[in-house]
Write a protein that binds this ligand. Sequence first.
Ligand code: 5GP
Length: 253
Amino acid sequence: MARRTKIYEGKAKILYEGPEPGTIVQYFKDDATAFNAEKKDVIEGKGVLNNLLSEYFMKGLNQIGVPTHFMKRLNMREQLVRQVEIVPLEVIVRNYAAGTMSKRLGIEEGTQLPRPIVEYCYKDDKLGDPLVTEEHIAAFGWASQQDMEDILSLALRVNDFISGVMFGVGIKLVDFKIEIGRIYDGDFQRLIVADEISPDSCRLWDIETGQKLDKDVFRRDLGSLTDAYTEVAKRLGVMPKTSTPITKPTLIN
Ligand code: 5GP
């Protein structure tokens, strides 16, 4: 069997050269990391769940006209995506205070914000993805003024869509992070949603109980991460309601 060309290996995913020029195979690993990889573990089934959930969100976004890199799911751990040039920013949208915003500004976790707040972090693991302003972004040429308008519009549309979908299944979208990719169509360039959208990159709280159904379960040792992600997948109909949490035999693909 021909060996695939690995393009990049990150903390939670591996990217391989795709079958056609301009395509990439995105493989979801079971590795979980937090606090800039200071905390690490392998959580059986996490990759499968994130592959299915990211497919669900990205497909939904494509269907409502928010462009994403997602093309199709290939198997339980892999999806075919468009090759993009990643804008070196983590775009964070917050609806409720939590995490670093609560720490930084002393706002109690769970406090509803007056409106969605968008933050930008410079993607650099060695620096711990520092928060930056639009001044830094413009001055260092990471994105143009037009890009920033497009990124803000994409981020808010993703927020509206995912907030609505999650609300429909009794889950509050507290905050999330997306990454943006640049694609070229002839002389034109466009920005699209890239990377992944999953409970690894969102904060999801049960509306009734406040139970955390996202990566904070791992970051804060709150129980089983696969149980939490499986609950999200079941509520969205991505996994049958009767299925048990994913275990090894499911992972053949
Ligand atoms: P915070 O800044 O509070 O740590 O994170 C805000 C939101 O962005 C959370 O939903 C968190 O999961 C997500 N986020 C921030 N940085 C990263 C990152 O480096 N990787 C992932 N997967 N999510 C992140």
